[in-house]
Write a protein of this length. Structure first.
Length: 105
């Protein structure tokens, strides 16, 4: 993959388990690493939840395959967090294609 196609900086966040006052393990996230990526906006899902229309777009992140990406990590781009749905390392040589969708808090 040509380096010129990767123009955006994305940050991968790793989950850390923390215990709350009510003995519930809630994951918090810390910055794991920041890399260059190519970002392609794909289709999304519209659904009705509590009489509200919710739009959940899907995004395809392409990064170099030297990074260690795992399910459960989050991707942060432009202050928006994305949940990793699929990690594909077979489509492009030397690259990981990560399909993610917006995380609603």
């Amino acid at each position: 993959m040509r380096a010129g196609l990767m123009r955006d900086r994305v940050t991968f966040l790793c989950p850390i388990r923390t215990e709350t006052d009510f003995s519930v393990n809630e994951p918090t996230y810390k910055k794991a690493f920041t890399v260059w990526a190519r970002i392609q906006h794909k289709s999304g899902v519209r659904e009705v939840s509590d009489d509200m229309l919710v739009n959940t777009p899907k995004v395809l992140f392409t990064v170099r395959n030297q990074v260690k990406v795992a399910y459960g990590m989050l991707i942060e781009y432009n202050c928006i967090r994305y949940v990793i749905l699929d990690i594909d390392d077979t489509t492009e040589r030397g690259a990981l294609r990560i399909t993610a969708e917006v995380k609603h808090d």
